[in-house]
Design a protein around this ligand. Structure first.
Ligand SMILES: Cc1cc2nc3c(=O)[nH]c(=O)nc-3n(C[C@H](O)[C@H](O)[C@H](O)COP(=O)(O)O)c2cc1C
Length: 435
């Protein structure tokens, strides 16, 4: 089979995904949908109809409170406030589907690896191996403050997360094949000699237990990671199956894939992690209609709403900064990868904070593909071929209309070109996504 593109739907359990004020669009039903399982079931069925690999939930665990040192604009404009727990949606969306994967963002900050393995692997086991985990290490100050913790310095977060992952892997690998006997006659359920006792005492964590969950049909959840800084990529190369990145430009996408490939080789990995890029598609029956939709989307975003999100993500209070100065002049202990990607959205590394905020408010830095379904399919194919990426994490503009439009209007075009599946290859997320 020729190599094919992979598609993942990108969401949050909140009034918006990545477009501030998308809740105010008359086509948007997310605010109602937040209190209805049916909304999420419908989303799951639609993505499965479109043969998507997975739905992926980002998360803002803790609020955006950097801008003006206040939560006000985050709350006022519903810039991911409220942010419900995405884990609550996984069971219902998995139960509604047979092939669709469900990937969730869970932070290593303020959680224990034992709980994380138990929660994720229970869902992975019961769904027949369709769960993914986006490992994040806590770049938001608000997340730490919500838990009464001090935020740990950038590289130390990753050191701590390395230890966290060591426990996870031991728990995932601790049940040998044949461990479960399940003999009704002898009354023996399992063979203790085939179940490892994990005994870990590190600098940050201790754990003494046996694996709480059986391996799933795919062994363990598929691991995603989105750190793009030097230390972030080192972590990703050690732990991830898939690296998720936001790059504003085609040339930066290609450079990202090439660099990760080279670092992966240097690190001795047999194969580099698969790379998926965040993308937003704006569709119309004509190009002019799509452009008008795009313009409306930008026009309704108050600068304060955009700055509230960008300040939170980049860990910088942009109310204290001249917005017409280069973004790259700032340093951050939060998301360094995102700062670099935004600063380079003009191709010369010189984007101003104001340019970046405008884009960040509308797409959280993801490039937009605008036009008719045919034009969007062209652009997707072009980016995929040019960058050598594995596929795309697609965030909708309106929920859930733009998801259904993409599935009904763009997916058939990709299928007709032979670059996207017409049926699932397997029932596990790993087998569908990693080939
Ligand atoms: C594309 C992308 C998606 C991310 N999604 C989340 C998320 O949903 N929740 C979160 O807390 N952090 C998220 N992050 C933050 C990263 O996981 C990471 O903690 C942050 O970028 C800092 O790492 P870095 O400096 O190595 O880039 C995301 C980052 C990127 C680039």
């Amino acid at each position: 089979m020729n190599k094919q593109m992979h598609l993942i739907g990108f969401y949050m359990h909140s009034p918006i995904n990545h477009t501030a004020l998308s809740w105010s669009d008359p086509d948007d039903d997310r605010v109602d949908g937040m209190r209805l399982f049916d909304h999420w079931k419908n989303l799951a069925r639609t993505l499965e109809r479109g043969k998507f690999d997975a739905a992926f939930f980002a998360d803002t665990p803790g609020g955006f409170e950097r801008y003006k040192e206040s939560f006000d604009d985050y709350i006022r404009y519903g810039v991911t406030w409220p942010c419900h727990d995405p884990m609550a949606l996984l069971g219902v969306m998995l139960a509604e589907t047979k092939h669709l994967g469900l990937a969730v963002t869970l932070s290593t900050a303020g959680t224990h690896p034992y709980h994380t393995v138990r929660r994720l692997s229970t869902l992975d086991y019961i769904s027949g191996g369709r769960v993914g985990w986006n490992i994040v290490s806590g770049h938001l100050r608000g997340e730490h403050r919500a838990l009464g913790l001090d935020q740990i310095e950038h590289d130390k977060r990753y050191d701590q997360a390395d230890e966290y992952m060591e426990i996870c892997h031991r728990l995932w690998n601790g049940v040998q094949p044949g461990a479960v006997i399940f003999d009704r006659q002898t009354g023996q359920f399992a063979d203790p000699s085939k179940v490892a006792v994990v005994d870990f005492a590190g600098e940050h964590y201790r754990c003494h237990t046996v694996p709480p969950v059986l391996p799933s049909a795919q062994g363990r959840p598929v691991l995603f990671q989105a750190g793009s800084s030097g230390r972030g990529q080192e972590f990703a190369l050690k732990h991830s199956d898939v690296v998720f990145s936001i790059q504003a430009r085609p040339d930066s996408m290609k450079a990202f894939v090439d660099k990760l490939g080279a670092s992966s080789k240097a690190a001795g990995r047999a194969e580099p992690p698969k790379v998926v890029f965040g993308i937003q598609c704006v569709l119309g029956d004509t190009e002019a209609e799509a452009r008008k939709r795009q313009a409306d989307l930008f026009d309704r975003i108050p600068l304060d709403a955009a700055l509230s999100r960008m300040s939170g993500t980049l860990g910088i209070d942009f109310s204290k900064i001249d917005l017409d100065t280069p973004l790259a002049a700032n340093t951050t202990d939060a998301s360094r990868g995102m700062l670099m990607a935004l600063a380079n959205m003009t191709g010369d590394g010189n984007a101003t904070a104001r340019d970046a905020a405008r884009i960040f408010g509308a797409t959280a830095g993801m490039p937009q593909l605008v036009g008719t379904p045919e034009q969007v399919a062209d652009q997707l194919e072009h980016l995929w071929r040019l960058s050598g990426c594995h596929g795309f994490n697609i965030t909708p503009t309106t929920n859930f209309k733009s998801v259904a439009d993409f599935v009904d209007e763009v997916v058939p075009l990709l299928q007709a070109r032979g670059i996207f599946r017409t049926d699932y290859e397997s029932e596990t997320l790993r087998d569908n996504l990693m080939n």
